[in-house]
Design a protein around this ligand. Structure first.
Ligand code: DAH
Length: 337
């Protein structure tokens, strides 16, 4: 009997050893150790044995059962590990495959001009200031030397929200705010931002546009300092071969005031000039109101139209392209991220 049991056990051990999958192993387990399995069948034969033989054989069957259970457990561990490794192997990510590309926007041309000029002026020691778009009449006009009945107010037809508040018509009020903040100390700032004027939109006019205000206050500042900075700026924007021209003009907040043109080569080869900004020496009244003694300090200021720069730089034919979000237009300003 014991011999037969041994032969059976080793044949099942062989099957366990050969099992290739967890399913196959489970089938072997059920066939060998299940309620109606091989070993259960062998146990049935116990009855046919003599009372002396029974415990010995019973013990042998139990040992065989234990051996098979151990072998199955070990094999099961092994197959599970194999399966895990295979899953890991199959699910492996190839990091060298190209990824899914997300459509990337481009930096708006006006933002490109602003960021370019910010870099330029920060390089010259200027700080970047910010001011409110909904501005007090007091800062927008009065602190800029435009009293209530000043005729030049008519040049900047405005959007008022009540008696005293309006959408700022220029970035110049930031001059006043910056002066009051510095409390009489020398300063150099620029302020890029949106401005608003009541205007009918057409290819060259928009009721909303952008400016960059500049202000420098110190001792010994002159028109020559202003001219030097603006020439550097024009060359930075349009190329080293450019020149600038200053024409007398009028702004209530500067005296003298100038309009500044940049040179360009016309189609016929001669030199032409295009206006790019307004500028001047800060008016003594503006200095005084800002808390600076005009006998000690002088300042220069300028206001650049951002659209104007972008139009000239990129050859754009209609100012409205900047605001209508047409991707055919915007996609042409790639390259800066
Ligand atoms: N604020 C003026 C405008 O909107 C532009 C300007 C001219 C600004 C001369 C200045 C300046 O700072 O000095 O038309």
């Amino acid at each position: 009997m014991t011999d037969t049991l041994q032969a059976l056990t080793s044949s099942i051990l062989g099957e366990i050893n050969d099992a290739k999958t967890l399913d196959a192993l489970e089938q072997i387990r059920v066939r060998a150790l299940g309620k109606k399995g091989t070993l259960a069948g062998v146990m049935q034969t116990l009855r046919t044995l003599s009372p002396e033989e029974r415990p010995v054989f019973g013990q042998a069957v139990n040992n065989a059962k234990e051996d098979l259970e151990n072998a199955i457990r070990e094999k099961k561990d092994m197959l599970e590990k194999e399966k895990l490794m295979k899953n890991l192997e199959d699910g492996r990510i190839d990091v060298t495959l190209p990824g899914v590309r997300f459509p990337k926007g481009t930096v708006h041309p006006l933002t490109q001009v602003i960021e370019d000029l910010e870099d330029f002026f920060v390089g010259l020691g200027y700080e970047i200031e910010d001011g409110p778009e909904l501005e007090n009449d007091h800062y927008n006009f009065e602190m800029m030397n435009l009293s209530k009945d000043h005729p030049a107010r008519a040049m900047q037809d405005s959007f008022y929200t009540d008696e005293t508040m309006l959408l700022r018509t220029h970035t110049s009020p930031v001059q006043a705010r910056a002066m009051l903040k510095r409390k009489g100390q020398p300063l150099r700032i620029i302020c890029p931002g949106k401005v608003y004027r009541r205007d009918d939109d057409d290819p060259t006019h928009s009721h909303q546009f952008m400016q960059i205000e500049g202000l420098l206050i110190d001792q010994g500042v002159s028109m020559a300092s202003l001219r030097d900075v603006l020439k550097q700026m024009a060359r930075h924007l349009f190329g080293e071969d450019r020149d600038i021209r200053l024409r007398p003009s009028y702004f209530p907040f500067t005296e003298p005031s100038v309009e500044v043109d940049v040179s360009y080569v016309k189609k016929d080869g001669t030199t032409g000039y295009i206006e790019i900004l307004g500028a001047g020496m800060v008016h003594p009244n503006v200095l005084k109101m800002g808390g600076y003694d005009p006998d000690v300090y002088r300042g220069f200021a300028f206001g650049v139209g951002v659209e104007r720069i972008a139009i000239l730089k990129y050859g754009i034919d209609d100012i409205r392209h900047f605001y209508t979000n047409d991707l055919r237009f915007l996609n042409q300003f790639k390259g800066v991220e």
